[in-house]
Design a protein around this ligand. Structure first.
Ligand code: 5GP
Length: 206
């Protein structure tokens, strides 16, 4: 049985990086899709681990080959999720987390309505601003841009299947883990297993 696509979106500074790391530790059989981006690496970021950092020409070439499940321009840079990587993970039976923006989320929801979508909501604008400022990874103008875009992003919450307020990391990551585990129990995700069980009832000729 193929794994589920799990879309996770939030405004920049919503804390999804830390949350996702916790979820990956808590829930077995979940992979993470490493996106391609034209953004420059921040200090401590490694290509192939946090992102595949590529030039605009490389990004465009990959897009033109139809290599992306989705891509979007976010805060002035391009980001994309490769089809190859998500399929490799879901074909292996594991779920795959796509950490993508609200535009990319809308594309995936349209192409794959069975995808599970979770919006991570910061507890307030003030907390979002404090987290982004404390992270100190952005130049001042980038930080302003991310804060300015955050209102447009949080307004998309109702397009998602689930909303988790990230007020406390352990509680929020437990909620996400619960959603991922619960989604595996939906009847249509257990077709083969249920078929086998029903077969045993049929064979019993009651
Ligand atoms: P950052 O530059 O802070 O790492 O990411 C900026 C935004 O781009 C975040 O909202 C992040 O979720 C989003 N993002 C990261 N990878 C992708 C991707 O592959 N596709 C899309 N559409 N957005 C992405």
């Amino acid at each position: 049985m193929k794994g589920n696509l799990i879309i996770i979106s939030s405004p920049s500074g919503g804390g999804k990086g830390t949350l996702i790391r916790e979820v990956l530790e808590k829930v077995p059989h979940v992979g993470y899709s490493i996106s391609h981006t034209t953004r420059s690496p921040r200090s401590g970021e490694e290509s192939g681990k946090h992102y595949h950092f590529v030039s605009r020409a490389e990004f465009d070439a990959y897009r033109d080959q139809g290599g992306f499940l989705e891509y979007a321009e976010v805060h002035g840079n391009y980001y994309g999720t490769t089809l190859k990587q998500t399929e490799r993970i879901t074909e292996s039976g594991s779920d795959v987390i796509l950490e993508i923006d609200v535009q990319g989320a809308a594309t995936v929801m349209e192409k794959m309505p069975e995808a599970v979508s979770i919006f991570i909501m910061p507890p307030s604008f003030e907390v979002l601003r404090a987290r982004l400022t404390a992270r100190a990874t952005e130049r001042m103008d980038d930080l302003e841009l991310r804060l300015k875009n955050s209102l447009g992003e949080v307004m998309h919450f109702s397009n998602f299947g689930y909303v988790v307020v990230n007020d406390e990391i352990t509680a929020a990551s437990n909620k996400i883990a619960t959603i991922i585990l619960a989604e595996r129990q939906r009847p249509h995700r257990q077709g083969e297993l249920i078929k086998g069980i029903l077969g045993s009832f049929e064979r019993a000729k009651l």
